[in-house]
Design a protein around this ligand. Structure first.
Ligand code: B12
Ligand code: SF4
Ligand code: SF4
Length: 390
C-alpha cells in the first residue's frame, strides 16, 4: 500500500518533495520532477507492443521480455506511488559532429567519451535515495525507494515526459525546453504519493531537423524509430555482421551516433556537462582508426576499463572500426587489413574482408579472395569474399 497525504494537515509529502528536489539539484542532477507511478499502463503497453510487433527492436530480445512491467511501473513494483525523474546533463564542449567529418579517426558518441554514465548516475541516485529516506523518517513517513538507471524494464522517456521534464521529440528522445536533449535519465521509485508535476507538451512544431539528419533514415515516421537501422543499435547492440546496405552510411561512427541530437535547435539551451567523471577523455575525442584496428583483447580491456565501450567487447568494437576504415577511402590501411585476415574472430575477419573490398581495386580483391577463400571455414566470412564490391 502506498501512503498519501492526510487532508488538512501540514503536508509532509510536499515537504518531502521539496527536500528531494533540493537534494537532487545539490547532487548536480537536472530538473527533478515527480510523476505518478500509475496511469501509464495501457498507453505504453500499446506503444511498446506496436514497436515490438514491427520487430523494430531487432535482436534486443530483452525488450520483448517482461513487457507488462516495462510498460507499467506498478507492475514492476506494486508498492510504487510516485516516481522522481531526474536528468544528468552531458552536453559536449565542442561541435559533436565535427569528428564525423574526419575519415582517419573514429567518431565515438558524446555519451561514451567519458566514464560509464550508468555508474555515475546510479551513484548519485543512491546517494539521493538515502537522503530522501532519512528526510522521510524525519517527517514521520515510512519511505521505501528503488533506484533505476536503464537497468530494469522501465520506459524512462515517457515517464520523464509525464513528469514534465521534457517531451519526446520526433527523434523519440526526451527534449527539455530549458536543458535541450543532452540528458541522461534516471528514476527513483517511491512508495509514497508525492504531488505530481504537470506533463510537458510537444514543442517540435514543424521542425524535422533530426529526421532529415539521420544518416541511415531510421525514422519510419516522426516520433518512431526503427532501431534496426539506427547506428547506435548497429554499433553497440547488434552482435553479428552489420547489414551490408547500411555499412557505407555509418561513415566513421564506431560507437553510437549523435546526429539526431546534435541538430536539435533546443540544444542551444543545453549546458556543457559539469560532471567531471563524464568529461570526454582526450584519447576518445578523435582516436586514430589505424591504432584502434590493432587492439587485441588485453589492450582493448586496458583502454576501455571504465568506459561504456567495454560492454561490447573487443571483437564487436574492432568490427566497427573496420567498417569505418572501409568507408575511409584510405589505402594506407591495406597492410593492417590483410594482417587481420587471420584474426581468431570471424566477425573481425568478415568486416576486414568488406573493408578490403572497398579499398582495393576489384582485380586485386579477387586475387586476394583466391588466396584466402579456400582456408576460410566461417560461412559469413566466405560470403564476404564471394560478393562483388559494395
Ligand atoms: C532500447 C534503447 C535504445 C535503442 C532503441 C531506441 C529507441 N528509441 O527505442 C537504441 C540502441 C537504438 C538506442 C539508441 C540511443 N539511445 Co537509448 N535507450 C534505450 C532504452 C534502454 C529503452 C528505450 C525504449 O523503451 N524503447 C522502446 C520504444 C517503444 O520506446 P520509445 O522510444 O519511448 O517509443 C515511443 C515513441 O515511439 C512514442 N510514439 C509512438 N508513436 C507515436 C506517435 C506520436 C504522435 C507521439 C508523440 C509518440 C509516439 O511512443 C513510444 C513510447 O513512449 C532507454 C532506457 C530506458 N530504460 O528507457 C535508453 C535511452 C532512451 N537511450 C538514451 C540515449 C542517450 C540513446 C542515444 C542518444 C545513444 C547514442 N548517442 O548513441 C541513442 C539515440 C537514438 C534515438 N534516436 O533514439 C537515453 C535517452 C535520454 C533522453 N534524453 O531521452 C535513454 C533514456 C537512457 C538513459 N537512461 O538516459 N537506445
Ligand atoms: S542515433 Fe543516429 S542513426 Fe540513430 S536515429 Fe539518431 S541520427 Fe539516426
Ligand atoms: S530536431 Fe526538431 S523535430 Fe527533432 S526533436 Fe528537436 S525540435 Fe523536435
Amino acid at each position: 500500500m502506498h501512503v498519501g497525504p492526510a487532508p488538512g494537515k501540514p503536508n509532509a509529502h510536499e515537504r518531502l518533495k521539496a527536500a528531494a528536489t533540493a537534494e537532487a539539484l545539490r547532487l548536480g542532477l537536472t530538473a527533478p520532477r515527480i510523476v505518478s507511478a500509475s496511469g501509464h499502463g495501457q498507453r505504453l503497453t500499446d506503444r511498446l507492443q506496436a514497436f515490438l510487433d514491427q520487430r523494430r527492436h531487432g535482436s534486443m530480445a530483452w525488450m520483448a521480455e517482461r513487457t507488462a512491467a516495462r510498460a507499467d511501473p506498478t507492475v514492476l513494483w506494486p508498492e510504487a506511488g510516485s516516481i522522481l525523474v531526474v536528468g544528468l546533463d552531458y552536453g559536449p564542449d565542442e561541435d559533436a559532429l565535427a569528428v564525423t567529418r574526419l575519415p582517419d579517426v573514429g567518431a565515438i558518441s558524446v555519451y561514451a567519451r567519458g566514464r560509464d554514465y550508468h555508474d555515475v548516475l546510479k551513484g548519485k541516485l543512491k546517494q539521493l535515495a538515502g537522503r530522501i529516506g532519512a528526510r522521510g523518517r524525519d517527517l514521520g513517513l515510512d519511505v521505501q525507494v528503488k533506484v533505476f538507471v536503464d537497468t530494469a524494464p522501465v520506459m524512462e522517456k515517457p515517464l520523464a515526459a509525464g513528469s514534465g521534464l521534457g517531451w519526446q521529440g520526433k527523434h523519440t528522445n526526451l527534449v527539455s525546453r530549458a536543458h535541450g536533449s543532452w540528458l541522461f535519465l534516471g528514476e527513483i521509485f517511491l512508495n509514497v504519493m508525492l504531488p505530481a508535476d504537470a506533463a510537458e507538451t510537444d514543442h517540435c512544431g514543424s521542425c524535422r531537423a533530426c529526421l532529415d539528419a539521420c544518416p541511415t533514415d531510421a525514422f519510419p515516421a516522426p516520433y518512431q524509430l526503427d532501431a534496426r537501422r539506427c547506428i547506435s543499435y548497429l554499433t553497440i547492440e547488434h552482435a553479428g555482421p552489420i547489414p551490408r546496405d547500411l555499412r557505407p552510411l555509418i561513415g566513421n561512427r564506431i560507437y553510437g551516433c549523435d546526429d539526431c541530437l546534435a541538430v536539435c535547435p533546443w540544444n542551444k539551451f543545453a549546458a556543457v556537462g559539469a560532471e567531471a567523471k563524464l568529461a570526454a577523455r582526450n584519447d576518445l575525442r578523435r582516436p586514430s582508426l589505424a591504432d584502434l584496428a590493432m587492439l587485441d583483447d588485453g589492450a582493448f580491456r586496458a583502454r576501455f576499463s571504465a568506459s561504456p565501450i567495454k560492454r561490447i567487447g573487443r571483437d564487436r568494437f574492432v568490427r566497427n572500426v573496420l567498417i569505418a576504415i572501409g568507408n575511409s577511402g584510405d589505402p594506407s590501411h591495406l597492410p593492417r587489413l590483410v594482417g587481420l585476415l587471420g584474426d581468431a574472430s570471424a566477425l573481425v575477419r568478415g568486416a576486414g574482408v568488406w573493408a578490403l573490398s572497398r579499398l582495393l581495386p576489384p582485380a586485386d580483391f579477387a586475387a586476394l579472395a583466391v588466396a584466402h577463400l579456400p582456408a576460410e571455414s566461417d560461412w559469413d566470412v566466405r560470403a564476404e569474399w564471394s560478393r562483388p564490391n559494395a
